[in-house]
Design a protein around this ligand. Sequence first.
Ligand code: T1G
Length: 697
Amino acid sequence: MSDKIAYSRHGDIAVLSVRNPPVNALSQAVRQGLWDGMDRAEADTGVRAVLIVGEGRAFFAGADITEFGKPPLDPFLPELINRIEASPLLVVASMHGVSLGGGLEVALGCHYRIAVPSARVGLPEVHLGLLPGAGGTQRLPRLTGVEAALDVMTTGRQIGAAQAHKIGIVDVVQDGDPTQNGIAYAEKLVAEDAPRRPVSEMPLPTPIDWDAAFDATLTRSKGQISPAWCVRAVQAAYDGDFAAGLKAERQIFFDLMQTDQRKGMIHAFFSERAVGNLPELKGVEPRSIAHVGVIGGGTMGAGIATAALLAGLRVHLLEMTPEAGEAAHGRIAGNLAGALKRGKINADQHSTMLDQALQVVTNYDALSDVDLVIEAVFEEMAVKKAVFAELDRVCKPGAILASNTSYLNINEIAASTSRPGDVLGLHFFSPAHVMKLLEVVVADQTAPDVAATGFALGKALGKISVRAGVCDGFIGNRILSTYRTCADHMILDGASPFEIDAALEAFGFAMGPFAVADLAGLDIGWAGRKRKRAEGLDPRARDVTYADKLCEAGHFGQKTGKGYYDYAGGPKARVPNPDVLALIETERAAQGITPRTFTADEITRRYMAAMVNEAAKVVGEGIARRPLDVDMTLLFGYGFPRYRGGPLKWADIDGLTGLLSDIRGYAQTDPYFWAPAPLLCQLVADGQTFDDANKKG
Ligand code: T1G
């Protein structure tokens, strides 16, 4: 029997304990072990029931995702679960930690289910571009009804033991050791001569309007297809017997396995976990952080302070005046009230954070004891240097000095202190207590343990931390500036901001670039353009000024009620602002441009080509370590559709050769903007992909 399953006997109960750390994924060896374990129990004289239980921190985290895309190996999970269900013995599942995907499907194949109160169950396959492929779409509705089953499958969310009991998945919720609980429950069932209860033989619940459910789910999933196909799989249960339903589920599963969305989402799953693991920081001990200082209590400073409080850290927030301090305290209180309302914290935690852990100060000396300080003041180098000079004066030796700048030169800031090794960038995204992305900007002199501390803090704050080198805009904003410039070029040449937004929203972005600009505030881009012009634009660059005219007229987007769109009817009822088109026509005439039409495909192609090309430069220059670092940055900070895996995963799937040839085509008319990235040229020349570059790490 495989070493992944331990067989033991407790009276007339045979126990199959699963040991495949870290999360008991249902690898081939685990499946084989379970099959052999069932055979052994059925052949073991005197055994009346079998208990399946997980060791370590979970029952099962589902099928082994590392086996996806490879030739499937016997025994297949659906057959194994049918085998378990068909056993003449009673089979009991005792669940703790998570029971996800194929793991919950194993439990649904058992005749009885017991769980500890902290257990969580779910069918998250849709998060991998798939659906439950081992009977979940056929068995779960028979226990919970169609609506509850579809809610679990199409959202992929985890539900607690109490809720799982309420909707019929779990029979008993009991605290204690899962193995002991399971044995006692199995013994009780045997003593009561409880019947085997194969779920597959239970009657089907009342059907629903399948087409309506399919369409509603598709709309809700904004371009992702697997949630809607869960509806068709459940519907198939009503077209024939259980075996026919299982066959239909399997077919849909295999069809989804072939999709680009599956490739994109599994890439996102593993990249999300790999992006924080940097070979150069392996074994580097981070400094301990319990007390954080934040300089500046504006939207960003208050958000950063909130994130630190929510992570259980003490916070000293510094503002220049008591009034400004009060305003900052108010912002943080508002953020925490929101967390309380969403049930993220309870009332005790809320008051502890606001009344004890947070302190608003107006004197730098109050920061003498912090372990790390994050500066979030006005984006001007002189202001930054003045702040860091004060921090250098007051902070204790070993304290880490971080800047939340979104583009200024961290090397220059570090060099202005006496301790450049203790300086790095920690670039949060607004709202900082909500957005998952954190760019950890490692400057030339940043010490390894300081970089490691940046990542440790990111983990503590629940962030996806990405290592970035020093350049204008680091990873995310540098790439953003390029694809935004590409959009502006298309506008000069004939496209409208509204066509561009529509094309990119159809591609899967939650919001197009111009709606995003209105949300963030047009004054930010305006300040950036003014700064770049002051630094001197390359004469070969095409200049675009219509957006400046919009800002000069006082239109900064949502915060002024008008920008690219008019928000008179509220953010959700935005309508195109016709003044923008007039400004654009004036600029075209001034530049002697005859506008032409752009199809949505061409808009998307050019936009993505610009994004990928700049991303390849960012990786090629080492600003981003690996292509997956860029993918995670765009996914968690810039609204890139997760089911496409990120711009460089999308490029691999779409084909680098075609993309490079398009870029070379665009470069015919604008060789400066469309200079192909050397890395992209090299990969195409070598017949390689960005994934190959990821593997090189
Ligand atoms: N397969 C393989 N490896 C897995 C895995 C899995 N299912 N789940 C986790 N890991 C690895 C992960 O990559 C990481 O590795 C380590 O375990 C710890 O994970 C037929 C087809 C379970 C909630 O989608 O959601 O069943 O980085 O860092 O934050 O219907 O992992 O250390 O090398 O995430 O505590 C459905 C996926 C599969 C669940 C734990 N199941 N996993 O979170 O730790 S499809 C899922 C998770 C399926 C059937 C279908 C989470 C977790 P490394 P971690 P965590």
